[in-house]
Design a protein around this ligand. Structure first.
Ligand code: ASP
Length: 344
C-alpha cells in the first residue's frame, strides 16, 4: 500500500518557536524549515505535507472564526489526505479540539492536535516526541481503514478524545488530563490502542464541516458569597443565549430565592442553562441527588453530566447556530454527539 498522506497544519503556539540568538527570545520559525528541527522526519512512514493556517496565533487568540477556518481547511483537504495533524498552542487546545469535534460531522479520518510545553527549537523540547507520535496516530490504519476516526489530543505519549480533555498543568510535560474518559492509546515501545474506547464512525455517512457558531455564551463559576447583583448582571447581558454554570460537587448550587429566581427568569427568557461541575479530576453532575440541585432541575436547568467546560461551551456555540429548534437543541445538549458526555 502507498504511504498514508498526512496534512500537518501549523496554527501557531510554542511548538513552532526557536531561540533567536541575537535577541535571546523565542520567535516563530518558518515551518518549511521544520526538517532542520526534526532531521528524522523523512524516516517517518507517511507522506507529509506542511501548511500554515495564517495568521499564526498564540492560542489565547482562538475564537469561533479561527475554529471555522480550521474546520474548512480540513474539509477542503478531506479527500486528498488520509489524516490530519494540527499543531496548536497548548493553552486553548482543548477548546479547539472540542469545537472541531462538533464542527466536523461524520468524521471518518484522524484529526490529531498536538503542541508542546517547550519549543521545538529548544534542546529539551517535548515537541519532538509529540509531533512524531501525532503523525504516527494520524497515519495508523488497519485493513485500509484509519484506526482513529475522531478529533484527538496527543500529548506526552498518550492519545485522548479531544472533547474530553482540559489543560491541567502550565509547565509539566504531562499537560492534558481526560478525567472522565480513558486514554484512547498509549505509546511505549509499542503503541497500544484501546480500541473499544474509540469512536466507531460510520464510514458510509457523508462527512460535513459546519461553518457557523454563535458566541453568545457565558460561563458562570459559582462561589460562596457571590453577589446576586453580579449574577443578575451576567444574565442580563444583551443577546445572551446560553450559560454554562459551573456548580459545586455533583451539581449543587445556592438555594436562596434571589438566586433561583434569577435563573428562573433567564430560562423564561429563553436562555439555556447547563450545569456542570467545578471538580476537575472526575465525576459529573447528578441533578437531584441533593436537594441543592433538585431545585435547579425543577426550573429547567439542564444537566451537563460529565462534560468539560471546554466541551459544554463549544457545543452550545455549535448548537445555537446549527439547531434553530429550541426543544431539539435541549435534547441534543444532553445527548452525546461526539462522545463528549456519558449520561448513563
Ligand atoms: N501561549 C502558548 C499558546 O497556547 C502556549 C503553548 O503553545 O503551549 O499558544
Amino acid at each position: 500500500m502507498d504511504k498514508r498522506k498526512i496534512l500537518v497544519i501549523y496554527t501557531g503556539g510554542t511548538i513552532g518557536m526557536m531561540m533567536d540568538p541575537s535577541t535571546n527570545s523565542l520567535v516563530p520559525f518558518e515551518f518549511k524549515d521544520i526538517y532542520h528541527q526534526l532531521p528524522m522526519l523523512p524516516l517517518v512512514d507517511a507522506e507529509l505535507t506542511f501548511t500554515d493556517l495564517l495568521p499564526l496565533i498564540d492560542s489565547s487568540d482562538t475564537n469561533p472564526d479561527f475554529w471555522i477556518r480550521l474546520a474548512k481547511c480540513i474539509s477542503d483537504n478531506y479527500e486528498k489526505y488520509d489524516g490530519f495533524v494540527v499543531l496548536h498552542g497548548t493553552d486553548t487546545m482543548a477548546y479547539t479540539a472540542s469545537a472541531l469535534s462538533f464542527l466536523l460531522e461524520n468524521l471518518a479520518k484522524p484529526v490529531i492536535l498536538t503542541g508542546s510545553q517547550l519549543p521545538l527549537g529548544v534542546i529539551r523540547t517535548d515537541g519532538r516526541r509529540n509531533i512524531l507520535n501525532a503523525i504516527e496516530f494520524a497515519a495508523a490504519h488497519q485493513q485500509g481503514q484509519p484506526i482513529v476516526r475522531e478529533v484527538c489530543v496527543c500529548f506526552q505519549n498518550a492519545l485522548y478524545r479531544g472533547n474530553r480533555t482540559y489543560k491541567a498543568d502550565a509547565s509539566r510535560f504531562n499537560a492534558f488530563h481526560s478525567p472522565n474518559y480513558p486514554k484512547l492509546a498509549e505509546v511505549g515501545t509499542y503503541i497500544e490502542y484501546h480500541k473499544h474506547f474509540l469512536l466507531s464512525t460510520d464510514t458510509s455517512a457523508k462527512f460535513k464541516a459546519y461553518t457557523q457558531m454563535d458566541n453568545n455564551v457565558a460561563v458562570l463559576k459559582i462561589f460562596p458569597g457571590m453577589s446576586t447583583n453580579l449574577i443578575g448582571n451576567i444574565f442580563n447581558t444583551p443577546k445572551l443565549k446560553a450559560v454554562v454554570m459551573e456548580s459545586f460537587g455533583v451539581g449543587n448550587a445556592p438555594t436562596s430565592s434571589e438566586f433561583i429566581s434569577i435563573l428562573e427568569k433567564a430560562i423564561e427568557n429563553d436562555i439555556v442553562i447547563v450545569n456542570i461541575t467545578q471538580c476537575k479530576n472526575g465525576g459529573g453532575v447528578e441533578m437531584g441527588k441533593y436537594l441543592t440541585s433538585k431545585h435547579l432541575s425543577d426550573i429547567g436547568v439542564l444537566s451537563g453530566y460529565d462534560m468539560t467546560t471546554e466541551a459544554a461551551v463549544t457545543k452550545l456555540m455549535f448548537l445555537l447556530s446549527n439547531c434553530p429548534e429550541k426543544n431539539k437543541l435541549i435534547k441534543l445538549m444532553i445527548t452525546p454527539l461526539r462522545g463528549e458526555l456519558s449520561n448513563e
